[in-house]
Design a protein around this ligand. Structure first.
Ligand code: NDP
Length: 337
């Protein structure tokens, strides 16, 4: 059996156009939801971002509330941009989002024009940049007219504070309506950010069809199910520095016999391809034609290296996808961030 590739050569990255747009995005992007807050070492954050850039990961995904505390991931990334990547802004695609609780009172959350445009200004200040490449509405807000939310996104583009807009966690019908409103405003819905992995198949139930129809790309998040689709927990223990031990978003109770049986069976399929479980999980989401790229998290440079090395593997065969289908399962006790 081949050994599992742990390190990707710098030229491994490939790029795909996002929906009908001209924007090329890397097939693996780095997300800063976890691992970039004030609780993490500056050296690790810096080393991870700089290695990502060397590996061709040109796209970094943030949100107003990433931390902890909220806002600290944007501040940390802004410091790295200023100190280590000065003069390289045009090589990078930086996204941020608004729509989850960020500050107290009626304007710190949801989908109003007031929240979105104020939050974007705050994000730009924390990041120390004049514009983001993609500005997302982070989750649907049933209380605010969709017209208002989409007009705020379009105005962010008109004001030069964002180049493209996206929505995240929107269902199929909300996405279709959002795209129609944006079309009328002359700003296309370039990208959707749904959760998608071998363990969470929700986008297959309608969303991918809509994305095909409206020609919007998908940058999928938590493709490793927050670490459940890696070797992190395969021996049945929960490492003290792991997300299941340290984050309220991943419950250690999900590491049960049922999970272990399925994850180990998937790891076996991965091994037969000369891959780690994480690499198989990435190859699997990237195999879907609607998926522009996968946004991974990484708590170390080593994890990032291993993930990018997933791109070196051969395409999944039909027989392999059928074997995966038999093992993967819905619902894992994970929460959205
Ligand atoms: P993943 O599913 O990629 O999980 C990342 C975690 O998996 C890491 O922190 C690490 O866990 C573990 N891991 C990663 N690679 C390896 C490896 N090679 N070997 C072993 N373990 C590994 O994604 P996230 O859940 O972190 O989400 C990624 C990004 O998606 C976020 O940063 C954010 O940008 C975006 N996102 C968007 C949301 C939205 O609502 N729009 C919601 C959630 C995420 P450990 O820390 O235990 O080492």
């Amino acid at each position: 059996m081949e050994s599992i590739p742990e390190r990707a050569p710098d030229e491994t990255m490939t790029y795909r156009r996002c929906g009908a747009s001209g924007l090329l995005l890397p097939r693996i992007a780095l997300g800063l939801w976890h691992n970039f807050g004030d609780t993490r070492a500056d050296d690790t954050k810096r080393a991870t971002v700089l290695r990502a850039v060397e590996l061709g990961i040109a796209h970094f995904d943030l949100a107003n509330n990433y931390g902890p505390p909220p806002g600290s991931a944007e501040r940390a990334f802004g410091r790295i941009l200023a100190d280590d990547l000065a003069g390289r802004r045009d090589e990078l695609v930086i996204s941020t989002k608004a729509g989850f609780e960020m500050w107290s009172g009626p304007y710190g959350d949801h989908g109003s024009r007031k929240h979105l445009l104020a939050s974007l200004d705050q994000s730009l200040t924390r990041l120390g940049i004049d514009y983001v490449d993609v500005f997302y509405h982070h989750r649907p807000d049933p209380e605010t007219p969709l017209e208002e939310t989409m007009t705020a996104l379009a105005d962010a583009v008109r004001r030069g504070k964002a180049l493209y807009v996206g929505v995240s966690n929107y269902g199929p019908e909300e996405t279709r309506r959002a795209a129609a409103i944006l079309d009328r405003l002359g700003v296309p819905l370039t990208v959707h950010q749904p959760r998608y992995s071998m363990f969470d198949r929700t986008p297959e139930r309608g969303l991918f069809d809509v994305l095909d129809e409206i020609r919007t790309g998908a940058m999928v998040y938590s493709p490793l199910a927050q670490g459940l689709l890696t070797d992190r927990y395969l021996d049945g223990t929960v490492p003290t520095d792991s997300r299941a031990a340290t984050s309220r978003f991943l419950d250690a109770d999900v590491i049960d016999e049922d999970y272990l049986e399925r994850a180990r069976a998937l790891a076996e399929i991965a091994r037969s391809r000369g891959q780690s479980l994480a690499q198989l999980a990435l190859a699997w989401v990237l195999h879907r034609p609607q998926v522009t790229g996968a946004i991974v998290g990484a708590s170390s440079v080593r994890q990032l290296e291993q993930n990018v090395a997933a791109l070196e593997a051969s395409e999944l065969t039909e027989e392999e996808t059928e074997r995966i289908e038999a093992q993967a399962v819905h619902g894992t006790g994970t929460r959205r961030g």
